[in-house]
Write a protein that binds this ligand. Sequence first.
Ligand SMILES: *[C@@H]1O[C@H](CO)[C@@H](O)[C@H](O)[C@H]1NC(C)=O
Ligand SMILES: *[C@@H]1O[C@H](CO)[C@@H](O)[C@H](O)[C@H]1NC(C)=O
Ligand SMILES: *[C@@H]1O[C@H](CO)[C@@H](O)[C@H](O)[C@H]1NC(C)=O
Ligand SMILES: *[C@@H]1O[C@H](CO)[C@@H](O)[C@H](O)[C@H]1NC(C)=O
Ligand SMILES: *[C@@H]1O[C@H](CO)[C@@H](O)[C@H](O)[C@H]1NC(C)=O
Ligand SMILES: *[C@@H]1O[C@H](CO)[C@@H](O)[C@H](O)[C@H]1NC(C)=O
Ligand SMILES: *[C@@H]1O[C@H](CO)[C@@H](O)[C@H](O)[C@H]1NC(C)=O
Ligand SMILES: *[C@@H]1O[C@H](CO)[C@@H](O)[C@H](O)[C@H]1NC(C)=O
Ligand SMILES: *[C@@H]1O[C@H](CO)[C@@H](O)[C@H](O)[C@H]1NC(C)=O
Ligand SMILES: *[C@@H]1O[C@H](CO)[C@@H](O)[C@H](O)[C@H]1NC(C)=O
Ligand SMILES: *[C@@H]1O[C@H](CO)[C@@H](O)[C@H](O)[C@H]1NC(C)=O
Ligand SMILES: *[C@@H]1O[C@H](CO)[C@@H](O)[C@H](O)[C@H]1NC(C)=O
Ligand SMILES: [Cu+2]
Length: 554
Amino acid sequence: MAFWVQLTLLVAVLFPAYVESMVHHYNFTVVTINTTKLCSSKPIVTINGRFPGPTLYARESDNVLVRVTNHVQYNITIHWHGVRQLRTGWADGPAYITQCPIQPGENYLYNFTLTGQRGTLLWHAHISWQRATVHGAVVILPKKGVPYPFPKPDKEKIIILGDWWKADTEAVINQALQTGLPPNLSDAHIINGNPGPVSNCSSDRAYTLHVKSGTTYLLRIINVALNDELFFKIAGHNLTVVEVDASYTKPLSTDTVFLGPGQTTNVLLTADKGVGKYLIAVSPFMDTVVAVDNLTAIGFLRYKDTVPFSPLTLTPIPPINATSVTSTFSRSLRSLNSKKYPATVPLTVDHSLLFTIGVGIDPCSTCTNGSKSVGAINNVSFIMPTTALLQAHYYNISGVFTTDFPPTPPIPFNYTGNPPSNLQTNNGTKLYKLAYNSTVELIIQGNSIIAPESHPTHLHGFNFFEIARGVGNYDPQKDPKKYNLVDPVERNTISVPTAGWSAIRFRADNPGIWFFHCHLEVHTSWGLKMAFLVNNGKGPNESILPPPKDLPKC
Ligand SMILES: *[C@@H]1O[C@H](CO)[C@@H](O)[C@H](O)[C@H]1NC(C)=O
Ligand SMILES: *[C@@H]1O[C@H](CO)[C@@H](O)[C@H](O)[C@H]1NC(C)=O
Ligand SMILES: *[C@@H]1O[C@H](CO)[C@@H](O)[C@H](O)[C@H]1NC(C)=O
Ligand SMILES: *[C@@H]1O[C@H](CO)[C@@H](O)[C@H](O)[C@H]1NC(C)=O
Ligand SMILES: *[C@@H]1O[C@H](CO)[C@@H](O)[C@H](O)[C@H]1NC(C)=O
Ligand SMILES: *[C@@H]1O[C@H](CO)[C@@H](O)[C@H](O)[C@H]1NC(C)=O
Ligand SMILES: *[C@@H]1O[C@H](CO)[C@@H](O)[C@H](O)[C@H]1NC(C)=O
Ligand SMILES: *[C@@H]1O[C@H](CO)[C@@H](O)[C@H](O)[C@H]1NC(C)=O
Ligand SMILES: *[C@@H]1O[C@H](CO)[C@@H](O)[C@H](O)[C@H]1NC(C)=O
Ligand SMILES: *[C@@H]1O[C@H](CO)[C@@H](O)[C@H](O)[C@H]1NC(C)=O
Ligand SMILES: *[C@@H]1O[C@H](CO)[C@@H](O)[C@H](O)[C@H]1NC(C)=O
Ligand SMILES: *[C@@H]1O[C@H](CO)[C@@H](O)[C@H](O)[C@H]1NC(C)=O
Ligand SMILES: [Cu+2]
């Protein structure tokens, strides 16, 4: 016995990281700064005056403490997108789902541990459209001494893709909700805050990735855009995907990466040319009749020692409606599924759910055309409560939500064909209840009530496996035969194909209230959202922890 104790102590002395995990403290101060980006001079809300915001670095198993202090006139919350928040839903962040907002002058300490996760994620404001400028990267390195399961890169770079409005984004969404019309489109796409050359905008700078020949880079690519799914390309260089949404994948070589808002992709880039300048292009994807900001953000990959006026190597940009590029990319992703990082796909199903998602039109007497756009899941448009759901659940406050969210569509129809007339939505604050550790199969079926559209759909509190996807209506007889239960991709956000479906599975091993919504902010604003209520388990570590003392009040 004594021998083992001594051995453990020896190991601890020789390899302190083996037993210790670290605590990281961050101060996030919410402040307004004035910018002159993209020909517009306007105040924007930021963290610590930085845009994009500061990167949060930690290692797997570390504890992260972020004190968020609000010095602007808006309410704010921060979401750590993709962080599982095991038993710590209080730190998840979506306003009125897990917490009341941090009001002007107030502060709140987000306290969470990065259990069983490593890779690239993102943090962003989770209230109204504040995410537009309040966002940044989360980098979770493997535990000390644990290598990546791919060749070690020489250098790492963070690349954040977004969209940019000349106008104030709060004014844009408020105007849309008042008129019932779609919100104004963004004016540009951006790479780490830079749109590249834009017509009539001489001051706009381009992002430049400086590289050294013979060097391998790990690019941590993040799409934080409010409303656009994006393609990412670098002329003359293929990229090898090794991780998505902080889950390792089998290496996938590609010339184009596709990311929906909320998704992250780590790629290896080998700088195998001598000198030269290569185009980096970020362009939108939209394969239906919905209007979209169609501008391409432009940056440059530039080799060291390249002379200033050397020619630029170009690359064709994928057509805006390049459905095949997106489906080939999405279908090619596979979990690494190694001994150390197994794909733990649930093989049995306790809850079999079918959610139809999409946008429709409801009457609205005060709106411009007497109607308004609404988003819905199973025909329920979600109404935001004024008390946070997690508090209402924890303290048993009645009247805030109901648990009658429909597991299947109330009116079955040809979801990807013409909708029945008179399909006005219901509304409510409806949750779907799951027993602790139960397994869920969820078919997310896009509908075409107004127009079919690709929806990047995000689940809080869990990773899930995408076991199949397809176009048209999900067929419960034929499609299960196509399931990949061995090495399906594991993620937290999935782009459900236009006029098609995605089948996902997850295990409800995290008690709390977990938001499920389209990550196109315009659709979330219209009500394309719901939440799961996962009950506590019976074991010692299977209950929600008590709320922190400084949890904001409504
Ligand atoms: C955060 O702010 C507090 C109070 O101003 C200060 O004491 C602390 O050193 C800061 N921590 C970091 C990591 O900046
Ligand atoms: C920022 O711009 C606003 C007007 O948009 C102005 O009132 C304010 O003084 C400016 N602040 C700074 C620090 O320049
Ligand atoms: C963070 O939360 C853990 C419980 O998960 C608690 O033990 C710890 O004291 C908290 N840290 C701070 C600084 O509040
Ligand atoms: C939206 O666009 C319309 C038409 O260009 C413009 O009149 C309106 O002011 C814009 N709204 C906002 C909030 O910028
Ligand atoms: C650029 O400026 C010119 C002259 O002011 C104007 O006619 C044109 O519409 C502008 N183009 C764009 C894309 O704003
Ligand atoms: C990139 O990969 C494709 C096949 O996936 C190949 O056709 C192409 O030549 C490669 N391009 C470069 C620059 O290596
Ligand atoms: C972008 O959309 C505008 C109208 O919304 C259209 O006039 C323009 O031709 C489009 N540009 C491209 C490159 O497709
Ligand atoms: C994409 O759009 C172009 C231009 O409108 C059209 O010619 C082409 O057929 C479309 N491609 C697909 C795959 O829909
Ligand atoms: C659903 O509608 C689409 C588009 O009109 C059509 O192609 C398809 O055959 C229909 N499916 C069924 C099962 O009726
Ligand atoms: C919810 O539905 C009711 C009944 O149709 C309607 O009166 C009410 O305006 C709706 N609420 C919202 C926020 O759309
Ligand atoms: C959850 O269920 C699985 C499969 O039945 C079981 O192996 C596992 O131990 C359970 N976990 C907990 C925490 O109950
Ligand atoms: C901020 O949040 C509080 C609490 O929910 C709410 O009463 C207040 O109206 C909100 N303020 C704004 C400007 O939305
Ligand atoms: Cu959507």
